[in-house]
Design a protein around this ligand. Sequence first.
Ligand code: DSN
Length: 413
Amino acid sequence: MRKKNKLKEIDQTMYTLLLREKKRQMQGLELIPSENFVSKAVLEALGSVATNKYSEGYPGRRYYGGNEIIDEIELLAIERLKKLFSAQHANVQPLSGAPANMAAFFALMEPGDKFMALKLDMGGHLTHGHLANFSGKLFKPVHYLLDPKTEMLDYDAIEKLAIEEKPKLILAGYTAYPRAIDFKRIKEIADKVGAYSMADIAHIAGLCCTGVHENPVPYFDIITTTTHKTLRGPRGAAIMCKEEYAKSVDKAVFPFLQGGPHENVIAAKAVAFKEASTEKFKEYAKQIVKNSRALADELIALGFRLVSGGTDNHLLLVDLTNKKISGGEAQNVLEKAKIYCNKNAIPYDKRSLFDPSGIRLGTPALTTRGMKENEMREIASLIARVLAKPQSGANIKEVAKEVQQLCQSFPFY
Ligand code: DSN
């Protein structure tokens, strides 16, 4: 007997919306570097009965009865994450990246303490000290910048600033930085000035756990990550740290910042961590970077300027200044052709953050669908064709048709 679709029966409206969203995801080119497609196994765990349970506290120390199995689920997620990254301690309860960063700050700093991070419009993050965010309001951010010529991190300048400012914590890890991060150097600088070392590896976690990018977890004081980007798990986050900070981290997550953990998400995280520990995932992570480089090389060949001249990781930042189109306009017109990306500031951008000069492209999601270098070259040419004639509806329609054909050859769900 065919299994009945309960959602369709109970809520036709939501069923239809979700079906439409699935079609949108499958029939378009997902190039937003922070997005990915989780496995069916992860989706199953996410939609499981673990969502029914309250489990405030930690395994063995809960404020509700009936947590015997939930404890096993959370411990499994913790152990798998520790093994995956060689971490001494892990907390898998953070609901998302921003709360994870908030908990990490409060675990190691007091309000008013000074910390160093990369500025948002250079590739940092709101939670790395932007004034509109808790991190800029409650703490004292000192921002380091990228080298204006190379558009890369300038470690000597970071060291000089750290010596002058003596921050309590130095944060490395970015949302729009296409190059490899020298975590060892950042740690040396932090040690030199007696600061805590913090890494926010949300974007590159899937590259770090596979050795495709250097993994800072074994030697940094504290590390935050989301679980849904290159790590390809459910939307959520985790914190890892040295054993000596374990208690402070756990207390900062609960009871300081959060209440009941989402155990269905934690179950899904555990499944994703298992998947990420396989050889297949390692190959996937390697392919992400190969694809990113192929996309970058072809875009350069087609006359696009890439910030820093290329990429070492899963993303690239395209400066559209010479194309006479803003990042926002490019995002919108590409969306019409079913090519999804996001507008993004470039270092020292002359335009506003709300309509900056660049777009950010990434390969994690399309690599999950099985696309390789040839498809990346084809996609670069589709992007170039849309941006060459952004006003032409006929041109956009033609590209959209080709996008759909390409997507049909790489079915996923
Ligand atoms: N919003 C994420 C990104 O897109 O990079 C960072 O939190």
